[in-house]
Design a protein. Structure first.
Length: 284
């Protein structure tokens, strides 16, 4: 496995692989890898990638002024070792100057789907996500890309970007990978104290209750939302949102008729956790 730092080198190895008739897979991450990320690598292989690149870059453009950019875990040696053990071919770990050289002044923006849920509470966040991922896709070229659906809105935004811009990327989203007790795997889970880790399970209890109610025939978004909100409100310090929305557009809905996502974002101390289920599909 080779750890790459220069964008030109990433483009070169991916171009070389395609010339040799090999399919390239890409798994974009911010590092602090866990089992969920490793499952994405396996999925890229399953989707036909003979060569896999994992990108590791803590992207400053997607952090707000009061968010955790400075303390976000940076564990490149451990991440590289985990990638090598998983059979990854290249880890792309650029520094900030390599991705955003002096004078960088461009931005990729997706409208509509970015303006609800996370977009309300993290203004500008998705502009940072789409800009960095567009750059990564431009460097990697024709490839299969795999993302986790724990960041469900991010998945919807990036899928829309690829469609709208006709990028040569085959997109795949994987269901959320969870701990044995149901908590969604996240790099930010390491911020939680033991007591907060126990309190975090309120999200799991709420989602399980909503799924059981949905399976029993409940289709009123307000009822389903209340089943998540009640335990989360009791255990967390603050809730940003609990919402049922159309699974593709993320627009609010009056009744669950087709595919719908139930999403939640809430704070425990300095840690913000997000989670979701696609009703009728996902099981926490």
């Amino acid at each position: 496995m080779e750890v790459l730092h220069e964008p030109a080198r990433l483009r070169a190895v991916c171009d070389q692989a395609r010339r040799a008739g090999e399919r390239v897979g890409v798994v974009p991450t911010m590092g602090a890898l866990h089992a969920g990320h490793l499952a994405l690598i396996d999925e890229a292989r399953r989707r036909g990638a003979q060569r896999v690149v994992v990108t590791i870059f803590v992207n400053p453009l997607q952090f707000g002024p009061n968010e955790d950019y400075s303390r976000y875990p940076r564990t490149l040696p451990d991440d590289a070792a985990a990638c090598e053990a998983r059979g990854v071919d290249w880890v792309f770990a650029p520094d900030r100057e390599a991705m955003y050289p002096a004078g960088f002044a461009s931005q990729v923006r997706v409208s509509g789907v970015t303006e609800v849920l996370e977009g309300v509470f993290r203004p500008g966040h998705f502009d940072g996500v789409t800009t960095v991922v567009a750059k990564l896709f431009g460097l990697v070229g024709d490839a299969v890309a795999v993302f986790g659906r724990k960041d469900y809105q991010q998945w919807c935004v990036l899928r829309r970007m690829v469609r709208d811009l006709d990028l040569p990327i085959e997109m795949h989203g994987m269901p959320t990978v969870r701990e044995v007790d149901g908590l969604a795997l996240s790099s930010r889970n390491r911020y939680l104290s033991p007591e907060e880790r126990v309190r975090a399970l309120a999200i799991v209890r709420g989602l399980r209750a909503a799924i059981a109610s949905f399976d029993a025939g409940e289709r009123d978004p307000r009822v389903l939302e209340s089943m998540v909100r009640a335990p989360v409100e009791a255990a967390f310090d603050r809730i940003d949102y609990v919402a049922v929305a159309d699974a593709d557009s993320l627009a609010p809905i009056e009744r669950v008729e087709g595919r719908a996502v139930l999403a939640v974002a809430a704070h425990l101390g300095r840690t913000r956790l997000i989670d979701n289920v696609v009703l009728g599909e996902d099981r926490p």
